[in-house]
Each structure stands twice: as structure tokens, then as C-alpha cells.
Write a protein that binds this ligand. Structure first.
Ligand code: ADP
Ligand code: MG
Ligand code: MG
Length: 873
């Protein structure tokens, strides 16, 4: 009984943890009776022992020898026997496919004697010597790190593809010398030693640089280790009735039905990847080798039927005989993922629940953004972080005011952005920054708006004063057109043709049924998601237009309507007046009275757009000084006036206010509910505006459902005070509907005391951005450039906690708050607003935590709907 080695005859596809994906599927194909060359798999356990101790388990090589005897018997060949030499491949293969990341050695078992034997029994000396030179090169490269180029030079100098047996003999002699020169030893002649060394080399390749980089990017854990598959070689390079190929059971690009792939006559598998010669389409095999084609097609049907999914395979034909060398459930484009899931339903292979499991919110996101035409993209100028998906083309502008004033489409290019850039970001078709990552201001805001964004393009030298952008010697100026791809992070010079997302148009305009197979499949799966989902999906919307769009995208309410944007632009003077009023009651009341009708109109529009559905309006949240001009700008203006001997007037007052309101740490300063309790009349004005807007909607025959949300509450008494005032105000407004009052839970203390707070709140909404900032004790705008890179490297987190909710820490606060809140008020409605509401992985967590709804930007609504459904099935 073996511990570390399993014959293909013993395994199956469920054992992928132990046998790796490749090994488990080779066993599965063997079990299905498909023609797989005999072989066995060394488990990931053995690899883990090697990685931990630096040596293979002692019993491993004995077990390998035992299993080799079995392979020899089945093949009727023997390793190292010149009369009947058995050749082997030693192939890597971990739990998750890491294409091309690790090593494989073919033709093991050849040496100076068996090569002659192979020549004799095959009757083809050219083939035998060609295999031997392949072995020395692959083995030298994989096991001893000899650069491939050293061999390639010799091979090319000798004439490469057209060599005859004698010339290849010469190449082999030269290769052996290269081997000796680089390693100080002879090429190992003992086949068992070759096997042994190759197995250890495959173990080691787990920790190669490229494998590590790939794993980090794909979030594959570093401690899984790889399995090793040892199997009898079959030869596609034995003449015109031999060959090798790769095939898919459906087109992985479009999902279209029917076999699809490439075939290379008279070649070994690695030649296809190396692109040595041009392949022919799989169809051509029908004429070249009809019987093999038939058999291959039947095998592919059997695999699809069995795996109930698109499979990709590697196969080899040796002198008219077909061999299956690998299969797995194939990777596919997002388009194909939806189409195939729907097709498999139609074919009765899977049900709709399963179909929903087969697609993801991330794939849907990809389909909802415009994309560049892949046939028409030039070399990129530089590559940055893919921060907000989509493609954008526009003229370069370096400042926000210019972007806002532009009449043509523009790309806002900044070293980094801050809240002052908001108007420019709204006006621009895309945003490009030189600094910051996926959670930088630019990235977060752009994602919220559905605006394509590339950030952290460090190869760009951005000089706003000179009006230039320089990349690798190319200098671009204000007004020059560039194209940015927020899905890949690439930046192109000039105008790259864009294909708008047909799906987005379809969903956003709520048109009827579509005969585009991708759109039809998405519609069908979204409809199923809506049917099964328990978690509702609301949208964050601050304007009637956004609210209407969200509704067409099937949001069932507004989960967060921010009011701060309503105080920007031409209304700034009014809020400045409020701030300058200070203790002057009459002046303050006058300022508030001027704001009231404007606010009422804002709310009326949104309530009308969401008629019949809840609209959660958050009372003013940011610190007041955010509405004032920047300190340096004001100081300069005042100093200039004084130098000229003119009266700085209002500027002097504003400057004094800015100084008075200055905070060391505004994130933790006078904001949220604290403002409401400190600035008399502010919240009352907003509440009155909401109540009046709702009353007006009702008079017009509507069904407004406003809810009032208080930000930044940490203690129930804060909420109670606001509530008393709000209820009194609402009671005075004639015709106002019942208006629910609730709170955000974003201060950790509120999460811990949620039971008390729920006595005063009809609903909770988790503000996960602030909860994450305050829970971790770092500010989103400051930390990212400073240390997130290092933290990701160290594995402190695998994704930014601002992108995907930190389930263990912040998630725990959420669970506590849900439990305690519902315990004191069983009908408490609990939602989440903030970036995480549209993040696929986080949506699943919110479902599990028992929330009633998530709220996200309108563009993310379909993604959240899909994930809400997926969380159930
Ligand atoms: P990768 O994971 O990079 O595809 P593989 O282990 O699948 O690496 O092998 C590399 C190439 O060698 C593939 O084309 C494969 O089909 C071919 N190959 C592997 N084992 C054998 C074998 N026993 N006989 C013939 N070709 C093989
Ligand atoms: Mg392969
Ligand atoms: Mg907040």
C-alpha cells in the first residue's frame, strides 16, 4: 500500500487536493475508459514534505519504483532496456491550474544505449535522436537551470528543423558538452536517476519566481505544493500519421457549440506551445486522420457529458493511435461563461441553480463596461493599476477646472486626485493618475461613478505645470488624445476604437428580450438570481438621474442618498454663509432658510424617481471646512489684498473660519451626527426639506417612502437627540408620510452597543468604509501608498480591506451589531452602503451575515443582484 504514490487506475477527480488537477483528471479519464498512457501520481503531500524538510520522504522512491514496475508491465517495455526501452514524462500539476508556471520533462529514460534501441524498434533513427536531444535540453534546463538559449544556439547553427539522424547525433554530442560545461558532470545515463532528479525538480519548481508571482496574483495559497505525474511517453513526432493537439469542447471565446482547437502533425506537445511551426485547425484532422477524429470527437462528448462543462484537452496521435494526455474544465471568457451556462441548461446537463454557480459577478462586471477593439490596439505607452473597468478615449487635461469646462471628451490626468477633483472626474470620460492603487481616492470615486480609471502608472512623468505627460521618451501635451483601459491598466497613445457594452445599454435602457446570445444568457441568469435571492439590492444615488438609472437596473430602493454634493457648485456661497454666521442666530436662520427650498427640490426629484420604493437619505456628514476654500489659496488671496492695500473683505472672514475649523484629523473630527448636534438648525432644515418634498409628492399622487439616516452615531443618546428634533419637525409638516429614522453603523462603538442603539433606530446601515477605517485605525486616503503594498506582500491581507470586507475583524463587528440590534428590535431592517456593497465577495458575506439588503453604485446593481442569487444556490 503506497502512501505517496497513486496509480491513475486508483484515483478520481475528487482527489484534486492530493493528486493535483492534472493527476485527478488523468485518473478520471482512465476510469472512464479513455485511452490514457499508463502512469501514476506522486501526491502533494510528498511535495509538502520536500518543501518543509528539503528532502523527499524516505519511502517515496521505493514506492515510485514499485509503480514503475506496473507501468513497465502494462507497456511491455522496461526503463533502461535497450531492447524495449520505456520512456516517461514527469509532469507538474497542482490543485489549481497554473498554466506554464511549473516544469515538465519529456522523454526520460533515454541514454546512449536506449537511444539506439529506440531507433531500432521504431525503425526511425531520426526520431530517436531527436527525442534524445529534446531530453538533454529539457532536463538540463529544468533540473540544472541551464539557459535554454545555450542549446538553441547549437540547434539553430546545425540547421534546426531539417536535421537528419546523423546531424542530430552531432547535436546530441554538442548538447552533452553544454551539459558538462554548465554542471561539471556528465548527463546522467541511469534512467532511474533521471526520474528521481526530475521529480525533485518539479517539487522545486513550486517555488520558482514565476510560480510565486502567479499565485500571488491569483490568490492561490503558497503552501499547497504540486503533485507530480509520471507516465509513459507517446510520440506525436513519428511521421505524418502522428501529431499532437489541443482542443476545447466548445469555443472558449464565444461559448459557441462544437469542437474547436489546433493540431500540429508530426510534432510533440511542447512544439505547439513553442510555436515552432504553424498549427492547422482541428477540423483539418477530419481529413488527415478520419478515424482518430471520430474517436476524439466521441471522447470529447463523453467528457462534456461527464464533467457537464466545457473541457479542454491535450491529445497526441502516435501512428494513427489516439492518446488523451490531459483534460480539465476549461478557462473561458466572461461572454462564454454566460453563454455556456445557459446552453448547458438547455441541454439538460445542469439546472438553473448550477448555471448560476458557474458565472460570477466579476465576469458580469467585465461585460458591462465598454472595451477596446482587441484587433486595433497598438503597443501600450505604459501600464498602471486597473482601478475601474472600462475603456475611455479623450484629450489630455491636467486640471479639474479644465475638465469641467471642456466640450470634447477628456481624460483627467493627475499625479493623484483629491475631493476637489470631483467636478473634473464627473466631467471627464476617464481618469489617469501616476500614484496610488486600487483604493486611492481616484480609484474609489471612479468606480462609484462607473468611470474608467487607471491609477498608479508610475512610468508616467506627469507635469501639470508644464502641461506634459512623458512615458519612455514619448512626450504628450494638453489636448493630445490618449486611450486608457481600466480593465487591464493599459494606456495607449492616440485614439483606439471602442466598442460600447451592448449589455450595459440593454440593461440600462431596460429594453425587451435580446437575440444576442450573451445578453439573453445574462438576462436569464439575472432573472433566476432575483427569484432565489434573499438579499435585496439598493443603489447609492444622489440625483434623480442616478436614481432612475438604478431603478432601470432593478435596484429596489436607494440605500444611500448623500446630501453633501447638494451643497457644492453654485450653492457654496450659501453654506459659506451658514458657516460664517457662527453664533449669529438670525444670520444662520437666514442661510438655512435659503438652503431649504433647494434641498426640498433635490429630494422631490429623487423620491419621484424611486416612487413606491424606499429612499434612505443621509443627513450631512462631512466636516464643514470641506465646503470652504483651501487654506493656502485663501491665505494667498488675503495676503495679495493686503499688499495692494485693498480690503480682503469676505476672504478675511473665510480665512478666520478655516483657521477656526481646522482639524488635525478631520476623519475623527466634527462631522456626522456631531455636526447635527452642534450646528443649530442644520439637521432640522434637512429633515424639514425631506418631509416637505414627501408631502408634495403625495399631493401629486405619488407614494414617496423617504427614510432618514443619521451618520457617525457612536452612542444611543446622540441618536435620541436627533430623533426628538426630527420627529417634532416632521409633525409640523402637513401631509408628510410616516418617515422611518435609522442610523449608520460605522463607529466600532456603535456596533458593540447596537442593542441600545436599535431602541432608537428603525434601521441600521453599515458604513463599511468608515467602519473599516476606524476598525483598523488607518485612514483610507493615507495608507495605501504608504504601506498597503508591503502588507499585501507580507500576506497581512490578500486583498485590500477597502475592496473586500475583512470578514474576521470588521465582519465580526457587523455580526455582533446584527445580532444585538435584532435582539432588541426584531423587525430592525439591516443594510450596508459603501464600496463593499458592490463587491462580489463581500455580497456573499453580507448574505451570510443575515442582512436585508446591500446598496451600491447603480452600475454595480446587476453585479450585486447576481451575487445575491449566487449566495443562495
Ligand atoms: P503544462 O501544464 O505546461 O501543459 P504538461 O505537463 O501538460 O505541461 O506537458 C507539456 C507538454 O508535454 C504538453 O503538450 C503535453 O501534452 C506533453 N506531454 C506530457 N506528457 C506526455 C506524454 N506522456 N507523452 C507525450 N506528450 C506528453
Ligand atoms: Mg498541459
Ligand atoms: Mg461614513
Amino acid at each position: 500500500m503506497s502512501t505517496y504514490v497513486h496509480d491513475f487506475l486508483d484515483g478520481n477527480r475528487d482527489a484534486a487536493d492530493l493528486l493535483g488537477g492534472k493527476g485527478a483528471n488523468l485518473a478520471e479519464m482512465t476510469r472512464l475508459g479513455l485511452p490514457v498512457p499508463p502512469g501514476f501520481t506522486i501526491t502533494t503531500d510528498a511535495c509538502r514534505v520536500y518543501l518543509k524538510t528539503g528532502a523527499a520522504p524516505v519511502e517515496l522512491m521505493r514506492e515510485v519504483e514499485d509503480h514503475l514496475r506496473g507501468v513497465e508491465a502494462r507497456m511491455d517495455r522496461r526503463l533502461g532496456d535497450p531492447g524495449h526501452p520505456l520512456l516517461l514524462s514527469v509532469r507538474s500539476g497542482g490543485r489549481f491550474s497554473m498554466p506554464g508556471m511549473m516544469d515538465t520533462v519529456l522523454d526520460i529514460g533515454l541514454n546512449d544505449r536506449t537511444v539506439e534501441g529506440l531507433a531500432t524498434i521504431s525503425g526511425d533513427a531520426r526520431f530517436a535522436w531527436d527525442s534524445y536531444r529534446r531530453l538533454i535540453q529539457m532536463f538540463g534546463h529544468t533540473v540544472f537551470d541551464i539557459p535554454g538559449a545555450a542549446f538553441d544556439e547549437v540547434f539553430t547553427a546545425a540547421g534546426a528543423e531539417d536535421l537528419d539522424a546523423d546531424a542530430l547525433r552531432g547535436v546530441v554530442a554538442a548538447y552533452k558538452e553544454i551539459f558538462h560545461r554548465h554542471t561539471g558532470r556528465e548527463f546522467p545515463q541511469a534512467p532511474h536517476e533521471q526520474v528521481h532528479l526530475a521529480v525533485l525538480a518539479v517539487f522545486r519548481s513550486w517555488n520558482s519566481e514565476r510560480a510565486r508571482v502567479y499565485r500571488r496574483q491569483e490568490h492561490i495559497p503558497d503552501d499547497l505544493g504540486t503533485a507530480v505525474n509520471v507516465m509513459a511517453m507517446v510520440f506525436g513526432n513519428r511521421g505524418p500519421d502522428s501529431g499532437t493537439g489541443v482542443a476545447f469542447t466548445r469555443d472558449p471565446a464565444t461559448g459557441r457549440r462544437g469542437a474547436y482547437g489546433d493540431y500540429l502533425p508530426n510534432a510533440q506537445g511542447e512544439d505547439v506551445v513553442a510555436g515552432v511551426r504553424n498549427t492547422v485547425p482541428l477540423e483539418a484532422l477530419k481529413d488527415l486522420q478520419p478515424a482518430c477524429y471520430e474517436q476524439l470527437a466521441a471522447n470529447m462528448d463523453a467528457l462534456e457529458e461527464h464533467y457537464r462543462d466545457l473541457c479542454d484537452i491535450e491529445f497526441t496521435i502516435e501512428r494513427g493511435r489516439l492518446w488523451m494526455l490531459q483534460t480539465r474544465v476549461g478557462k473561458r471568457t466572461p461572454e462564454a461563461a454566460f453563454v455556456i451556462a445557459a446552453q448547458l441548461c438547455d441541454e439538460g446537463l445542469i439546472d438553473l441553480d448550477e448555471a448560476l454557480r458557474r458565472v460570477s459577478g466579476a465576469q458580469l462586471a467585465h461585460l458591462m463596461f465598454p472595451a477596446f477593439d482587441p484587433a486595433a490596439t497598438p503597443e501600450p505607452l505604459a501600464t498602471g493599476v486597473a482601478a475601474s473597468p472600462g475603456a475611455a478615449v479623450g484629450a489630455i487635461v491636467f486640471d479639474s477646472a479644465a475638465a469641467a469646462a471642456a466640450t470634447e471628451p477628456v481624460i483627467l490626468v493627475r499625479r493623484e486626485t483629491n475631493p476637489d477633483d470631483l467636478p473634473g472626474m464627473i466631467a471627464a470620460v476617464g481618469v489617469l493618475t501616476g500614484r496610488g492603487g486600487k483604493t486611492s481616492h481616484a480609484a474609489v470615486v471612479a468606480r462609484g461613478m462607473g468611470r474608467p480609471c487607471v491609477c498608479g502608472a508610475e512610468d508616467l512623468d506627469i507635469d501639470p505645470d508644464a502641461g506634459t505627460l512623458t512615458a519612455h521618451g514619448t512626450v504628450l501635451h494638453t489636448g493630445d488624445v490618449i486611450s486608457i483601459d481600466g480593465t487591464t491598466g493599459e494606456i495607449y497613445p492616440g485614439r483606439v476604437p471602442v466598442r460600447p457594452s451592448a449589455l450595459m445599454r440593454h440593461l440600462g435602457e431596460a429594453t425587451g428580450e435580446s437575440d444576442d446570445p450573451v445578453i439573453a444568457a445574462v438576462d436569464r441568469l439575472l432573472a433566476h438570481a432575483d427569484r432565489v435571492a434573499r438579499l435585496g439590492v439598493h443603489a447609492n444615488a444622489d440625483t434623480p438621474e442616478d436614481a432612475a438609472l438604478a431603478r432601470r437596473l432593478r435596484a429596489t430602493g436607494v440605500g444611500l442618498c448623500r446630501t453633501e454634493h447638494m451643497f457644492l457648485g453654485e450653492r457654496r456661497p450659501l453654506i459659506e454663509r451658514l458657516i460664517l454666521a457662527g453664533d449669529d442666530d438670525a444670520e444662520r436662520e437666514a442661510a438655512l432658510a435659503a438652503l431649504l427650498p433647494l434641498q426640498r427640490a433635490d429630494f422631490a426629484g429623487i423620491l419621484a424617481a424611486m416612487d413606491g420604493l424606499p429612499v434612505t437619505i443621509r443627513l450631512l456628514d462631512p466636516p464643514l471646512h470641506e465646503f470652504l476654500p483651501a487654506l493656502d489659496e485663501l491665505s494667498a488671496r488675503v495676503a495679495r489684498a493686503e499688499a495692494l492695500g485693498t480690503d480682503p473683505g469676505r476672504d478675511a472672514l473665510l480665512l478666520a473660519a478655516v483657521r477656526r475649523l481646522h482639524e488635525q484629523n478631520p476623519m475623527l473630527g466634527l462631522r456626522g451626527v456631531r455636526l447635527g448636534l452642534v450646528v443649530p438648525g442644520l439637521y432640522a432644515m434637512q429633515v424639514e426639506a425631506i418631509a416637505r418634498a414627501a408631502a408634495a409628492c403625495r399631493r401629486a399622487g405619488g407614494d414617496p417612502r423617504p427614510e432618514i439616516m443619521v451618520p457617525l452615531v457612536g452612542d444611543v443618546r446622540e441618536l435620541a437627540a436627533v430623533r426628538r428634533e426630527a420627529e417634532a419637525v416632521i409633525a409640523r409638516v402637513e401631509g408628510a408620510p410616516a418617515i422611518l429614522l435609522g442610523t449608520m453603523i460605522e463607529v466600532p462603538r456603535a456596533a458593540l452597543l447596537a442593542g441600545e442603539i436599535a431602541e432608537q433606530a428603525r434601521f441600521f446601515s453599515f458604513g463599511t468604509n468608515d467602519l473599516t477605517q476606524m476598525g483598523w485605525g488607518f485612514s483610507r486616503d493615507d495608507v495605501e501608498g504608504a504601506f498597503f503594498g508591503r502588507y499585501l506582500e507580507l500576506g497581512v491581507f490578500t486583498t485590500s480591506p477597502f475592496e473586500t470586507i475583512d470578514e474576521r475583524g470588521i465582519g465580526r463587528l457587523i455580526r455582533i451589531a446584527v445580532d444585538e440590534g435584532r435582539r432588541s428590535r426584531p423587525d430592525l431592517v439591516v443594510g450596508v452602503c459603501g464600496e463593499h456593497g458592490g463587491d462580489p465577495a463581500s455580497v456573499r458575506f453580507f448574505h451570510d451575515a443575515g442582512l436585508d439588503h446591500v446598496s451600491c453604485s447603480p452600475y454595480r446593481v446587476p453585479i450585486a443582484r447576481l451575487e445575491a442569487g449566487r449566495a443562495v444556490v
